[in-house]
Design a protein around this ligand. Sequence first.
Ligand SMILES: Nc1ncnc2c1ncn2[C@@H]1O[C@H](COP(=O)(O)OP(=O)(O)OP(=O)(O)O)[C@@H](O)[C@H]1O
Ligand SMILES: [Mg+2]
Length: 296
Amino acid sequence: MQISIQGLHKKYPNGNHALNDVNIEIKEGMFGLLGPNGAGKSSLIRILVSLMKPSSGRIMVNGIDAAKDRAYVRSMLGYLPQDFSFFSNLKTYEFLDYAAQLAGMSSRKKRNQAVDQLLEDVGLFDVRSRKASKLSGGMKRRLGIAQALINDPKIIIVDEPTTGLDPEERIRFRNLLARLGSQDVSIILSTHIVADISSMCEHMALLNKGQIAFSGPPEELIRQAKGHVWSIYATEKEYIEVNQKYEVVATVMMKDGWKITVVADEVIGYAAEAVQPNLEHAYVYFVEHTLKQIKV
Ligand SMILES: Nc1ncnc2c1ncn2[C@@H]1O[C@H](COP(=O)(O)OP(=O)(O)OP(=O)(O)O)[C@@H](O)[C@H]1O
Ligand SMILES: [Mg+2]
């Protein structure tokens, strides 16, 4: 599996330049698309699943231009949209059965087997007769991934699947996705939650204001932020000043003042020491410091 995103631009009719020269190479395994609200993640994903056309640029899947052979890409695709919702009256298993029919499974027997297996896989077998609209948020998300998996996709694209889930349900969802990753399957996961990336993805891209600020393994992002994260030891008096001057990522109260962790190229005028960045620090560093001038 090889997905190559080349020189992608998206300008909406109202002038929003949502994607600005996006280039990414995606192979097998779990790929994380990280970015703050409004970065352009859903725009990129809508183009990837061919629900929307780019203004320019192209997407190649295994060497085939996705715009020229949409059926080829569609046949390999499983997609969980950010705003996934259900037909309100269907029971959980009926909903999956309906999705299976849409995916072209005509044999009732095969459908029943596939639906039961999926319900088992995502941990919804016990609630299969409950109305889909009455499931909890986390269960709905798992039903969402189940419908995306129905045709055994080689490319699985999930848009912010962990937002709004409690920690347990989020871990459960991550484990579910991790199980799906295999030799010939690519999973693309968009998120603004840094921990989703650090716990799951070998490769990632950081999207910010429509531009790719970084792409590579998460460890490389951390490496590049080295020397840009500092702990400042501030007195009560300096506290407000430091908060105004710097991008603060953590604050700890100490006996005689504050230890404030900031992201900055240098710190002058305060007692400070460089600290080893984690992925969250690196994320803030890249979002705040690496933006090219946006050409409209
Ligand atoms: N249909 C549209 N028409 C005009 N502008 C749009 C449209 N959809 C999105 N945008 C704009 O494009 C930019 C990127 O939006 P997008 O939804 O792709 O971001 P996102 O990274 O998915 O954000 P979030 O994390 O909030 O879901 C934003 O400025 C948004 O307002
Ligand atoms: Mg989005």
